[in-house]
Structures are given as C-alpha cells and as structure tokens.
Design a protein around this ligand. Structure first.
Ligand code: NAD
Length: 320
C-alpha cells in the first residue's frame, strides 16, 4: 500500500465505481473518497467497496464526500461524472451536457484540489480535458485525460485476435483525439519489438484499425444502455497507479498541447511520461506523412469541439 495516498473519484457510475473497486482491491492507496450527485448511490458503493477491500485484506478505506472539502488532500482525483453515450450517439453528442457537469462540479471542489492531479474520463474526452483545465484553475500539467491506454489495449486485443499468439508481448500505439478518427499507429505497434507491419497483411491491419476506432460503438451497440466500463476503468486505474507511484512510465494520455506536434491550445492524445505531479514530459514522435495527416485530422476534430464550446459562449473569455 502507498501509505497516506488518497484518491478522489467524482461520479460513481459504471466507470467510477469500477475504478474504485480496482483501486480498493489492489490496495494501492490508503483512502478513496467517492463523490456523486446521488449521495445514497455514493454511500452504497463506498460501503460495498470497503467490504471488497476488507475481503482482499487491503484495508483501503472507502468513504463518501459529503462536502466538496472532503476531497482536500487527494493525490489524484478521477473525474467520471456525466452521461455516457447511448446507441446511435457519438461521443461528441455529449459535449455541452458534460461540459456543464464539469463546470458545476469543479466550481464546488476546485479550492480543495489545487494540489491534486486530475484524471478526466468523461466524454468527449479531449474537449472535457480542455474544459477541466479552464474550469479548475490547475496547471495544464496537472490535468490529463484517459483514453489512449484504453484505445491501445483495444488495438492490442484485435492484433492478438488476428495473430493468435504473443498476447503479453503486444504493444499497440494509438494517438490523436478519442473520437471516431483516432489514430492507431501500426508502425509503432509491435510484438516483442517486431512491427506488426512485418507480421500481418495490409488488409488485416486495416481491419484492426477500423475495429479499434469503432470498438466503443460496438460495445454500446450490444449493451443498448450506457457504454463500456471494465476496460476504461482498468485503464484509468493504470494511470492512477503510475501517478501515485511517481513511476515515470510512458502512456498515451490526452493533454494540452503547448507547441508540441506544432499545436497550441488544443488537447490531444500523445505519449506522456507520468509522475506524481502529472505530466513530466510530452514525447514527440516522428510521424510519416500519412500518419501526420491522420493525426492532424484527429486534432482538427478536437479543435472543432472546443470551437463549439466557445461558439456557445461556454467560456467567458475569448479563444486565446
Ligand atoms: P454512468 O451514467 O454510469 O455514471 C455517471 C455518474 O455521474 C452517475 O453516477 C451520476 O450520478 C454522476 N453524475 C452526474 N452528474 C454529476 C454531478 N454533477 N456531480 C457528481 N456526479 C454526477 O456513466 P459511466 O458509464 O460511468 O461513464 C461516465 C463518463 O465516462 C461518460 O461521460 C462516458 O462517456 C465516459 N467514458 C469515457 C471513456 C474514455 O475512454 N475516456 C470510456 C468510458 C466512458
């Protein structure tokens, strides 16, 4: 256990409660504080999760945030509040509704989380990271979005489906925004160092790219109500662990680009070295012409969502 480490979870729905379950049963923090609009839901989940921690002998304490100030002193705050998409919706359809949830919640809790790293999960992810940076008053280095670990895990599972071997040796790479035009990168995806371009036919790789981009929608289509949460929660827990342990591991995360990859004032998924203060370093990869075109297209999509927030006068200030 990381003694004295506290994790706050805002939004105890499918993703938030599963993140709490994973962290509590891993025992990687001393305390988890759950905040939800529905206080009784949060109470029930906190009690249940505390019992799960006890069953696994981690003794992580799980409790409810009765007041915004109960989030004071959290090393990491995970933000999963807001609506998930339903069948037929894109993540972008959630833009204004979830931006308002972020504003409402952060206006209450921001005095108490100024020293925390904020991990955003709510969709549309990259625009929500941007909103959180604006609304929280935190340094952009303290605010990261979870999507790249999930998208890469999905891509790796589809690579394994095609290959039929090497599941624990597959590294997949996905960059750009967490939208329909995310950028799976076959050249940076490999099995024990062997690029998948050496192992699979171009048609098979195209199928993997297509399936990776549509994996979220495929799951929503089956579930009929709500969206994926097991893999999103596990991916979030991986980020939280890296931050709590100051691991300096590199993961694809959504962060504010401030000159990196030639962009400013926009959020995108790129490789990030994670530490206890959040972003330690953004790593710039060399992209080939076609990869660069796909990345640019994906970042433009994120930019248009951020533009839409300014267009709706969501932010008081004009665009920098
Ligand atoms: P859910 O509906 O199960 O849970 C949402 C929770 O947020 C509910 O418990 C609700 O009460 C709470 N909430 C709503 N408004 C609130 C407020 N003002 N204050 C506190 N709590 C509030 O949804 P879910 O499946 O857990 O998904 C949560 C979010 O995560 C969605 O926006 C979804 O699209 C997103 N998501 C992102 C990824 C990713 O890769 N980044 C993956 C999966 C889901």
């Amino acid at each position: 256990m990381n003694k004295n480490k506290r994790v706050g979870i805002i939004g105890a729905g499918h993703v938030g409660s599963t993140v709490a379950f994973i962290l509590a049963t891993q025992g990687i923090c001393q305390e988890i504080i759950i905040k939800d609009l529905n206080l009784d839901t949060a109470r029930g989940i906190a009690l249940d999760m505390g019992h799960a921690a006890s069953a696994t002998k981690t003794h992580t304490i799980v409790r409810v945030a009765n007041e915004p100030s109960d989030l004071r002193g959290c090393d990491v705050v995970v933000f999963c509040a807001g609506s998930p998409r339903q069948p037929g919706m894109s993540r972008d359809d959630l833009l204004l509704a979830n931006a308002k949830v972020i504003r409402t919640v952060l206006s209450e809790v921001k005095p108490y989380i100024q020293e925390s790293v904020l991990v955003m999960v709510s969709n549309p992810l990259d625009a929500m990271v941007y909103t959180a940076i604006k609304e929280s008053g935190l340094s952009p280095l303290q605010v990261l979005g979870m999507a790249g670990i999930l998208d890469s895990a999905r891509m790796a599972s589809f690579i394994f489906e095609k290959l039929g071997y090497g599941s624990d040796q597959i590294v997949a790479s996905v960059m750009g925004g967490h939208g329909d035009d995310m950028v799976p990168l076959p050249r940076y995806s490999n099995v024990a160092g062997v690029p998948i371009t050496e192992l699979l036919e171009p048609q098979e790789i195209e199928e993997i790219i297509h399936r990776t981009r549509n994996a979220g929608a495929e799951i929503v289509g089956y579930l009929k109500k709500g969206s994926a949460y097991f893999a999103p929660a596990k991916s979030t827990a991986i980020m939280v662990e890296a931050i709590l342990k100051n691991s300096h591991q590199v993961f694809p995360c959504s962060v504010l680009l401030q000159g990196e990859y030639g962009y400013s004032d926009v959020v995108g998924g790129v490789p990030v070295k994670l530490g206890s203060r959040g972003v330690c370093e953004i790593i710039e990869l060399e992209l080939l012409h076609e990869e660069r075109e796909r990345f640019d297209q994906s970042i433009q999509s994120v930019k248009s969502l951020i533009d839409a927030l300014y267009h709706h006068a969501f932010f008081v200030s004009s665009r920098p």
